[in-house]
Design a protein around this ligand. Structure first.
Ligand code: FAD
Length: 446
């Protein structure tokens, strides 16, 4: 069954014939070209310091092939941008799921974070000169980029805390401060940082203090102090940098959109990106399930005289995983449809639902697959340990679960409380009236 025939019925009416054909091409490219090449990519990276100076040849070969197949920049939705491959968020969502099955498929098709979010920012908010200098080579996959918001010295899930100072001095901005978890900054091809900081720290409106400026990597005064590991994985060559800015100077033309508009930019940047992560995560769950099914049917590795699949509990793991992954997919596709019908702002609830539910659900599925493999599941012989580590970070990155849940809870409570209280009061009174009329005594004390 090809990918286009597996589209959930609820989403089918929204998927064009062209998208279905592309979806099948993506599946073939991921399964036949990218997944077998994942190991080549790791081998070409090698060991030690070399990992931060190498661009694996296999990546450039795959990029060439993807371009020829028309599998390029599918993430830029057609109703908001002209520069992409002309698909909707829903159609790309289905493709992103497949890309999530390989370590390298997203980059090979130029759909990898953080470049995707950065390209959206530049396409949406950049001026012509900024687009020409940075968006054009990013769209071609010639350079890479990083988004620098999080800081080591403040709780960054509350973005009003961000401290990096951006001071205007003559024709320049001068940046001082530090950033960490700057994903992508390790890549030798990373040429541009989008840096969020404060241009107006004393503004009484805390949401007008921040701005985002474009800073070329390697500008004088920038030190990449170290690369951070994720559960021991260095994620090279992309990596996550801890970066210090010491009197870093950029021209005034480096400002995106205007001083004080940083919040607008980060909010615009994160909506669809969360859906991309969620869909790739669904792909990771499908991959974990495939690996689990392969292990539990391995005739060589039987326990107590039968393969694992003959033990009832294991079939239950498979069944539960199937239910959970299918349910999680629907919540993401629903969010994508909602964005397509309006924009990311009108789909905040649906995006947050997907952002919270998908990683939690998929971590459970991967954990079952790990368990099915025994000790092999936690080592490098399966993709499971690496998948788990990467997806665990999604409960923190782009804002921790708690922040999204708090916002969801607050909105749901505010929107519904008056109507719900009034309805329940009316229903209680009506019950009491009906009970009395029928000769019964009312029982509730509420
Ligand atoms: C792999 C990875 C990649 C990343 N990539 C990038 C990147 O490219 N660019 C970038 O700028 N950042 C990046 N980040 C950083 C990420 O966005 C931040 O870690 C995240 O926003 C949380 O900020 P913090 O780490 O400062 O946690 P803090 O703000 O210190 O929060 C700590 C914990 O407090 C709890 N908490 C916070 N608020 C509430 C609340 N309202 N109610 C209850 N509990 C709460 C949560 O459990 C939270 O995990 C990345 C992180 C990871 C792990």
């Amino acid at each position: 069954m090809s990918a286009s025939t597996r589209i959930p019925p609820i989403a089918q009416p929204f998927v064009s014939e062209r998208a279905k054909k592309t979806l099948d091409l993506v599946e073939e490219f991921v399964e036949k070209d990218c997944i077998p090449a994942d190991a080549v990519f790791s081998a070409e990276l090698g060991e030690g310091e070399k990992r931060w100076q190498t661009t694996p040849v296999v990546m450039e070969q795959l990029k060439e092939k993807a371009k020829k197949l028309g599998l390029w920049n599918m993430f830029l939705p057609k109703n908001h941008f002209t520069q992409g491959a002309g698909f909707t968020n829903l159609e790309y969502g289905l493709m992103a799921e497949l890309l999530g099955k390989s370590k390298i498929a997203s980059e090979a098709t130029n759909n990898a974070a953080p470049d995707t979010g950065n390209m959206e920012v530049l396409a949406k908010y950049g001026n012509d000169a900024q687009k020409q200098q940075w968006l054009a080579p990013l769209l071609e996959g010639k350079i890479r980029s990083a988004f620098l918001m999080t800081e080591p010295d403040v709780a960054s899930s509350d973005a009003t805390n961000i401290e990096l100072n951006i001071r205007r001095e003559g024709n320049e901005y001068v940046l001082n401060g530090s950033k960490w978890w700057s994903s992508g900054a390790g890549d030798p091809r990373c040429q541009i940082y989008l840096v969020m900081g404060k241009t107006d720290p004393n503004n009484s409106d805390t949401y007008k203090q921040q701005s985002v400026v474009l800073v070329p990597a390697g500008t004088r005064g920038i030190t990449v102090q170290r690369m951070l590991h994720v559960y021991g994985y260095d994620d090279a060559p992309h990596g996550h940098g801890h970066i210090v800015f010491n009197n870093v100077r950029v021209p005034l033309s480096a400002m995106i959109l205007g001083e004080g508009r940083g919040f607008e930019i980060i909010q615009g940047r994160l909506g669809p990106g969360r859906i991309h992560h969620a869909m790739r995560t669904i792909g990771a769950a499908e991959k974990a399930l495939e690996w689990m099914i392969a292990r539990v049917n391995d005739e060589k590795k039987q326990t107590f005289g039968k393969p694992l699949s003959a033990h009832g509990v294991i079939l239950e793991w498979i069944a539960k995983s199937r239910i959970e992954v299918d349910a999680a997919r629907l919540i993401v596709l629903n969010a994508a449809i909602k964005i397509d019908q309006g924009n990311a702002k009108s789909a905040l609830k649906e995006i947050a639902q997907a952002k919270v539910l998908v990683p939690q659900t998929v971590l459970t599925i991967i954990d079952r697959a790990v368990q099915a493999y025994g000790a092999a599941g936690v080592c490098q012989d399966t993709p499971l340990a690496y998948l788990w580590a990467g997806i665990r970070t999604l409960r923190i990155a782009d804002g921790p679960d708690e922040v999204h849940l708090q916002q969801l809870g607050r909105r749901e409570n505010r929107a519904r409380k008056d109507a719900v209280i009034a309805k329940l009061k009316w229903q209680r009174e009506e019950s009491e009236r009906l009970l009395s009329a029928a000769g019964f005594k009312p029982k509730s004390h509420l």
